[in-house]
Design a protein around this ligand. Structure first.
Ligand SMILES: CC(C)(COP(=O)(O)OP(=O)(O)OC[C@H]1O[C@@H](n2cnc3c(N)ncnc32)[C@H](O)[C@@H]1OP(=O)(O)O)[C@@H](O)C(=O)NCCC(=O)NCCS
Length: 278
């Protein structure tokens, strides 16, 4: 069942030519969001219509559009509104997203995140060995001592206040945001989100560059798995991806926004509530 309680039709077979165990990512900025809502399915539109807060609504739309464009770019589908409406980004009861193509659950692992007008998605093929995925996007912003103490483990706090703070290429605030983002990505892999205590996952950050700006981290769940992860700094944004299984870092798909030069926007601020009937 999905989050609406509706029965979900069986998973479609993997298409011929579907990828092996590899992951890809894509990014979009809200400036490029299509006009109109014809690119949403009826189910997506019904969920949108229940949202009264502009921030929630904008973020939902941006994540849907980026998720759809990511699937389209990966599979080679058209991106006109009618074609995008046939790619649905729906949610399981946990809140984790899944893809349906023409109403049938598609064999893809996908994860979504947005921050300040930018959204990202990572995609991999189910059953290919790529495993569950989690992605998170943050901007580097000041983080209080209380934030570091309350949400990070002792080892993470020591790293943020010590070596990371002294590293001219990183600094305390970027390190605190990076650890936070890596936790969110890992908790998405586990399908828990912030229902879990953020200190139940411990992040260890690496700095060796792997190519295309990615570096490694690991996320160790207390009493559970150690998940591999990758992070990159793009301008004011930090991007993290965590996974169930270890592979190369994700490869960017064609047409993605260059996050490094994207401008953070908070377009909902002047108009927090949606007018009924909109
Ligand atoms: C996962 C979570 C930490 C992300 O919050 P955030 O940092 O504010 O937002 P992000 O933009 O990074 O991510 C949002 C996306 O995370 C995904 N997500 C939500 N819950 C998830 C979960 N349990 N596992 C994996 N992914 C999840 C969704 O795709 C969501 O976007 P969508 O609702 O438009 O599909 C947060 O949504 C959470 O803790 N959710 C679980 C608790 C909850 O109340 N869930 C509602 C159940 S319906």
């Amino acid at each position: 069942m999905d989050e609406t309680g509706a029965a979900v039709r069986a998973t479609a077979p993997v298409r011929p030519g579907a990828p092996a165990a590899e992951r890809h990512w894509w990014a979009g900025h809200e400036d490029a969001l299509p006009d109109g809502l014809e690119w949403l399915s009826a189910r997506e539109r019904a969920r949108l219509d229940a949202m009264r807060f502009t921030k929630r609504r904008n973020e939902y739309l941006l994540r849907r559009w980026v998720g759809k464009r990511t699937v389209a770019a990966r599979v080679g589908l058209d991106t006109d509104p009618a074609s995008l409406a046939r790619i649905e980004l729906l949610n399981w009861m946990t809140g984790a997203p899944y893809v349906a193509l023409e109403g049938v659950v598609a064999p893809w692992e996908i994860s979504l995140s947005d921050r300040a007008g930018c959204a990202v998605a990572v995609i991999g093929a189910t059953g290919s060995g790529a495993g569950a995925l989690g992605i998170d996007l943050e901007i580097v912003e000041p983080r209080s001592e209380g934030f570091v103490t309350d949400f990070l483990t002792r080892a993470e706090q020591d790293w943020v206040r010590g070596p990371a703070a002294a590293d001219p290429g990183l600094g305390r605030d970027a390190a605190a945001n990076l650890v936070w983002s890596a936790k969110e990505a890992a908790l998405k892999v586990l399908r828990l989100g912030l229902r879990a205590d953020t200190r139940s996952v411990e992040i260890t950050v690496g700095s060796d560059l792997l190519g295309d700006g990615w570096a490694r981290f690991t996320a160790a769940r207390h009493g559970g798995p150690v998940m591999p992860g990758w992070w990159r700094r793009d301008g004011v944004y930090l991007l993290t991806v965590a996974a169930q299984d270890d592979l190369d870092p994700p490869t960017v798909l064609p047409g993605a926004t260059d996050v490094a030069v994207a401008t953070p926007v908070h377009s909902w601020v002047g108009r927090p509530l949606v007018t009924p009937g909109e």
